[in-house]
Design a protein around this ligand. Sequence first.
Ligand code: NAD
Length: 334
Amino acid sequence: MARSESELILVAGGAGFIGSHLVARLLDEGREVLCLDNLQTARPSNLRLLQGRPGFRFVEHDIVLPLPETVTAQAHRITRVYNLACAASPPQYQADPEHTMLTNVVGTHHLLRLAEKAGARFLLTSTSEVYGDPEVHPQREDYRGWTSCIGPRSCYDEGKRAAEALTFDYARMDRAEIRVARIFNTYGPQMHPDDGRVVSNLICQALSDRPITIYGDGSQTRSFCYVSDMVDGLIRLMEAEDPALRQQPVNLGNPVELTVRDLADRVVEMTGTRNQVVYLPLPQDDPRRRRPDIGRAAELLGWTPVVTLEEGLQKTCAWFADELAMDREVLAAE
Ligand code: NAD
């Protein structure tokens, strides 16, 4: 689609892992994008890949605070608001739980009000964490979840549940047209090497001389979606016209399920590492099983992931190998 002078897409959290891929894809499509990010968990190199590209503008801002004049003055041009702003890895969102909760509730409120003022469509990136440690498997959108509102993960999963509640209230009050994606584990290039997520952890350990760490006995399961599939799902969800999408969340993730131990074995085989494997205690409230039912996304969006785990892991390992080599060169030159 040709770039239109009048239409502007706002992406909050656009300098993060998924956000930077989403922004790149929107720019590829000829869109004009305003990226808002407080750089809390963003990688500067993700932002450098976007800066200077035609149609891209960046405003450093924390969405917990009222939106700046530079953004509100553009409301008449904003047609889409994507909210991806929130640290997504447990060590990062638990480092400042108060800020995580406020980001989800107050930050989402600021962006919903902007969408209302602009008459723009609003998309919230919620999470499979709203299902907590699930009692049903795989997880469908009508499952109400098994979360703890007093545990160390609650700033994130209860924060996202509150953000969903507020978003659906805006729809019910007819104040904004909304979409809600429940994202399951996503991986790929441009992840933060040290953010404590299982795929980046295992690959970075395998590519350096650190032991491979597995939490618990590794029998807990996860389902991993490659980032290009996730971006495709988010854009389809935002642009799909089915009225059902205004009232229902949609799971986005890859339904191929494997144990964490199996994932570690694949990474070990792919990288050829001989590093020792060590088992550490399972973190509190860690879910035992995770696998999305993506029937709704298939039916309403015509979306299913296309990148296999093998292909996605190859690309991710190759990217991390380049990143780590560059880091070593920089250190050697210092
Ligand atoms: P990320 O941490 O890489 O990106 C989040 C971005 O939001 C970062 O650039 C960060 O600086 C920014 N941010 C955080 N708080 C902010 C605030 N208050 N104001 C402005 N910017 C803020 O995470 P990600 O993996 O790209 O996740 C993006 C979204 O998808 C998040 O909302 C996350 O909850 C959701 N999600 C991700 C996954 C996953 O597996 N990656 C799974 C479920 C849900």
